[in-house]
Ligand binder design. Structure first.
Ligand SMILES: Nc1ncnc2c1ncn2[C@@H]1O[C@H](COP(=O)(O)OP(=O)(O)OP(=O)(O)O)[C@@H](O)[C@H]1O
Ligand SMILES: [Mg+2]
Length: 342
């Protein structure tokens, strides 16, 4: 008992948001200390990890054949167990250098749709990096905690977390998820839709990273003002094979994104329909909070207001809601035990 207390005192406990697009690490008493893309570059000849995070993302789509830059988490689930493990180990080691005396307690936010086998894999990877105790929290619960919703109270709180791989919708009351629905549509599907639109309309091939830039710079969910944004894009002509430039407008991008956006809106509507009436009436008063990088898509809040007639609020820092929520659990062991899953 005494030893546990001393250990707890010296160790640097960690909170991690293991996201499809980005992995964030939160260190107790320090805040977010690492925020990097969930990408790993592997040398296939030697079966060795070459780079992780931003450095590996820069290599995406630009590697010689023996190097493979991969995103080990796809569609909100773990596509490659070994590489996810390597990535997790790398991030933990990075923030947890020699200043730590003993192995930390680690709390990890995981997609709500992950299977028992995947949970096991996440636990194993965290254990291999020297964790003393491991807790898992479902991402929508963590996001709700991160944005400061009163999850403990007997009120319905609706949180929507739109990430790279999945969009999670959950209604939380009394520290539990009352009803939820996840859809494997998020920022990645939007990028893909832009790639396909440009391919079909201009016979131009662009990479995912270019598509993501287009989405962030001129993408929108609804026409809000007449801003007439456009963007010059470079890619490879599918017919001649030669690099060329075309100009794409915000209206075109909005059309390309429409299907993904409407799937997210549908998921929210279905969850609202499945919400018990007492909690539904709380949501009418308190509204919906949207988090995750996708919440930053221009006009998404407007569209949701229009489609649901409910108040909609964008989280203050949507990209870190989950990790901040997981971080809060580090300070409150009772809360941690109530909200963690096995
Ligand atoms: N301004 C923006 N407009 C639209 N999309 C954005 C914006 N900024 C970031 N994104 C998108 O948000 C996504 C990343 O969000 P986030 O980091 O919350 O995902 P994640 O937690 O890694 O994924 P998941 O929760 O599905 O595992 C990316 O697809 C990114 O392109
Ligand atoms: Mg996420």
């Amino acid at each position: 008992m005494f030893f546990k207390k001393v250990l707890g005192f010296f160790s640097n406990d960690l909170a991690i948001d293991l996201g499809t697009a980005n992995t964030l690490v939160f260190l107790r008493n320090k805040g977010v200390v690492c925020d990097e893309p969930s990408v790993v570059a592997v040398d296939k000849r030697k079966n060795r990890v070459l780079a992780v995070g931003s450095e590996a993302k820069r290599m995406l789509g630009k590697t010689p054949s023996y190097i493979q830059a991969v995103r080990p988490m796809k569609d909100g689930v773990i596509a490659d167990f070994d590489i996810t493990g390597e990535m997790l180990k790398y991030f933990i080691a990075k923030v947890h250098n020699r200043t730590a005396f003993v192995s930390p307690r680690i709390v990890i936010g995981v997609p709500s749709a992950i299977t028992q086998v995947e949970r096991r894999a996440v636990r194993d990877a965290a254990e291999a990096s020297g964790a003393r105790e491991i807790f898992l929290i479902e991402e929508p619960m963590a996001a709700a905690m991160g944005v400061g919703l009163p999850i403990d109270e007997p009120y319905g709180n609706m949180i929507v977390d739109i990430g790279g791989g999945t969009s999670d919708v959950a209604v939380i009351s009394l520290s539990g998820i009352v009803c939820s629905k996840a859809v494997r549509v998020g920022g990645d599907k939007m990028d893909e839709a832009i790639v396909n639109y440009i391919k079909k309309t201009y016979s131009l091939l662009v990479g995912d990273r270019t598509a993501e830039q287009i989405k962030i710079e001129i993408g929108s969910a609804i026409e809000i003002d007449k801003s007439d944004l456009s963007m010059e894009i470079k890619g490879r002509d599918l017919i001649s094979g030669i690099p060329k430039t075309v100009t794409i407008t915000e209206d075109e991008v909005r059309d390309a994104l429409a299907e993904s956006v409407s799937l997210i809106v549908e998921t929210i509507k279905i969850t609202l329909e499945n919400t018990p009436p007492e909690l539904a009436s709380d949501i009418v008063d308190r509204g919906i909070v949207i988090a995750g990088g996708g919440a930053l898509l221009r006009g998404l809040d407007h569209l949701l207001r229009k489609e649901t007639d409910l108040p909609v609020v964008i989280a203050d820092d949507p990209l870190s809601s989950v990790v901040v929520g997981v971080g809060k659990a580090l300070d409150d062991l009772d809360l941690l035990k109530r909200v963690s899953i096995y």
